[in-house]
Design a binder for this molecule. Sequence first.
Ligand code: ATP
Ligand code: MG
Length: 256
Amino acid sequence: MAKIFCVANQKGGVGKTTTTVNLAAGLAKLNQRVLLVDLDPQGNATMGAGINKATLKASTYEVLLGTADVASAVLRSEAGRFDVLPANRELAGAEVEMVQLENRERRLRDALALAAKDYDFMLIDCPPALSMLTLNGLCAAHGVIIPMQCEYYALEGLSDLVNTIKKVHANLNPDLKIIGLLRVMFDPRMTLSQQVSAQLEQHFGDKVFKTIIPRNVRLAEAPSYGMPGVTFDPTSKGAQAYIAFGAEMVKRIKKM
Ligand code: ATP
Ligand code: MG
């Protein structure tokens, strides 16, 4: 049965999609069967996996509204060697259309449950908002991975996210936990990065992943080739870090 993780942070541009795509590819390298779920109307994870978001026959949108099932909407990322439930801007409409549906927070969870036996991991790339879409992600997941940049404003907004996760845990999904905070786009030459990183360790202890993802231009270039950084340039520092992160995740969930 698949373990399901949400990659979430309501801040924009903090590395959610880069983390989701490269963790998926990293886990695939470890022979795990992975489904990446694109829950963001921007469709960046879809594109980053090498799938054209403009020509989708079915997507996360149809799955949430119940007009397609996961198995029929899934496409293969040949570059990353994982499956993708793709998304595009249509998904923005689901936010409004789901309001009238019953069980609207649990639609993704119910849909993914039917495919859970086909995968070891499902990774959900959330949009930069604490919206109905993100709520669906949190209701579907066993755990949340929170990517964070080690900068001055990093901790601001974190409490809103943590409170939302607590509320979902209490009211909608008792399985939900914070798996960990992942330090991304890390620049070791910056004193501030070091300070914020140390602060995170102090406050959150072993909830902070040991692996640190450095700022690495190869990770930023990879999406324009429709490839995860991990496969685009496997020897780059960024790719190596995400492969190590995959191994850390596998280890961590064995304890869950
Ligand atoms: P959004 O909130 O819009 O969904 P996001 O949180 O998914 O954004 P990404 O799209 O993953 O963030 O990253 C934002 C930008 O930073 C992208 O251009 C990406 O290529 C770049 N980036 C992410 N991680 C790294 C890294 N470790 N090194 C260099 N560039 C990175
Ligand atoms: Mg994104």
